[in-house]
Design a protein around this ligand. Structure first.
Ligand code: SF4
Length: 158
């Protein structure tokens, strides 16, 4: 059972995470098509920052890992290292058909598989490449489900 102070602390942490998630982007083997669309979401035209989302360079400061492409043999260990350096709670978003299933790179000799074969994925955004609106929708939906899950967990422990 949580004390009132613990409930307030947990609520504040969720509020901060949901309103100001910092993201890091990792290309583990994509053709760059999905990456261009992710960059577009951060431009003034699509403006993902209006949801508090900020692109980060360091995994140590990031809450969400946005992955594109299949996972190549060369990128696998680096992807794992980036994920391990992120603080808890951390989330993974797979952007594009290749990240979800391997896409056109499925079965290639240098490809290990899709993102969920290497990391636990919290949200999948389909498309080849997905439009910036779809990427923003996926990230915002993830934040919404995070909020309701945490609120439910706090109620359960109360
Ligand atoms: S989903 Fe399409 S755009 Fe994205 S990495 Fe694969 S081939 Fe490229």
């Amino acid at each position: 059972m949580l004390t009132l102070a613990e409930k307030v602390k947990q609520g504040l942490k969720t509020w901060a995470l949901v309103n100001s998630p910092w993201v890091i982007h990792f290309n583990s083997g994509s053709c760059n098509g999905c990456d261009i669309e992710i960059l577009a979401t951060l431009t003034p035209r699509y403006d993902m920052e209006r949801f508090g989302v900020k692109l980060q360079g360091s995994p140590r400061h990031s809450d969400i890992l946005i992955c594109t492409g299949p996972v190549t043999l060369q990128a696998r260990d680096r992807l794992l290292r980036v994920y391990e350096q992120m603080p808890e709670p951390k989330f993974v978003v797979a952007v594009g058909s290749c990240a979800i299933s391997g896409g056109v790179f499925q079965g290639c000799y240098g490809v290990v598989g899709n993102i969920s074969e290497v990391l636990p994925v919290d949200a999948f955004i389909p498309g080849c490449p997905p439009r910036p609106e779809a990427i923003i929708h996926g990230v915002v939906a993830l934040l919404g489900s995070l909020k309701s899950k945490t609120e439910a967990a706090i109620k359960e422990q109360a």
